[in-house]
Design a protein around this ligand. Sequence first.
Ligand code: IDP
Ligand code: MG
Length: 136
Amino acid sequence: MSNIEQTLSIIKPDAVERNLDNEIKQMFLKNEFNIIKEKKIQIEKSEAEKFYKVHETKPFYNDLCSYLSSGPIIAMILEKENAVADNRKLMGATNPNDAEEGTIRKKYGISIDKNSVHGSDSVENAKIEIDFFFKN
Ligand code: IDP
Ligand code: MG
């Protein structure tokens, strides 16, 4: 049975700044993701705070929200079978030092905070995050 899903991916400021967006998009396409929608935007810190609300109590929350709003990002809706889990796998571990060879974060991530990409962590959150960026 097919299980086509959508997930939200963000190319974060560190990667956009280094012009890695095309290389990262190619990795998605080579791994059978379709890029359904995409937009390049810069968000306000208050919007980043909303987006990352689940991390509100974490010590890194303020820096994280400053960072996500520090420069242009590319938000994308990715679609394929098992998109949510497959994207998490392709991204690699949160800390690029722990990420497996061949993953986006291993290849391009600089540090745990500048780790180049975001990906939704569940089908439910994917819906919420897609709406956050793409619902008018
Ligand atoms: P994820 O992006 O792999 O889903 P989360 O735990 O959801 O990881 O954390 C969201 C983002 O917060 C991470 O991508 C990373 O940029 C940042 N982050 C997570 N843990 C730390 C930390 O311990 N120090 C600094 N930044 C962190
Ligand atoms: Mg997360």
